[in-house]
Design a protein around this ligand. Sequence first.
Ligand code: 13P
Length: 252
Amino acid sequence: MAARKPLIAGNWKMFGRQSSLSEIKALWGAIAPAAEAVEALICPPAVYVGQAVWQARGTQISIGAQDCSAVGDDSARTGEISAAMLADAGAKYVIVGHSERRSQHGEPDALVRRKAEAALAAGLIPIICVGETQVERADGRASAVVGAQVRSSVPDGNAAIVVAYEPVWAIGGASTPTVAEIAEIHGLVRATLVAKFGEGASGVRILYGGSVSPKNAAEVFSAEGVDGALVGRASLKAADFAAIILGHPAAK
Ligand code: 13P
């Protein structure tokens, strides 16, 4: 199996201002010694991506975006931002299919897949998000739902992707799945990717997201099959995000 460098990504969502970008330099000050072992990524709001790239120059912190258009070609689409524009601004990754986009903007798997395809065509690495709701888990359908999302949201033929398992009920709250529950779904995602890509799936990193904090990071990282994390609230402050990154066993 190919070695996978852990990826710890911060999703700033619709938080922060220009002044928040100084957190990037502060983060680097704390995590630089671990940079060879763990990849750190910050995904600020799109309007700040270019400035974030500028802040991150001279560091090994990667910058990404939180969404992109499913349309690759330059065209008349007021308010849309293409993957090519994000790449041009210096982004390396783009999150697609986050549960907030799926629920608040009605984005189905087919659209998520087209966004991932647009990202790949622009040379970006899509971070494709999947995850079950509380009701789906209570009904015993978590594996079926997540498996179907992976099959339908992940493009065929190009394994240069990251998958993030974010149980919807664990986002923005206080509760997380148990280590065994995380490991079970990560195993299922891996098996689904192997069915899609064969050998090529071995390089795909599968992140866990949903209420990761400095307190529970070590436990989350101990779950089998977890290649890193997608962090919301706790990525906004350099001190918290650094504590999570430095809490990864590879960073020790
Ligand atoms: P929280 O870490 O704030 O729960 O958010 C998780 C998330 O949605 C990251 O994409």
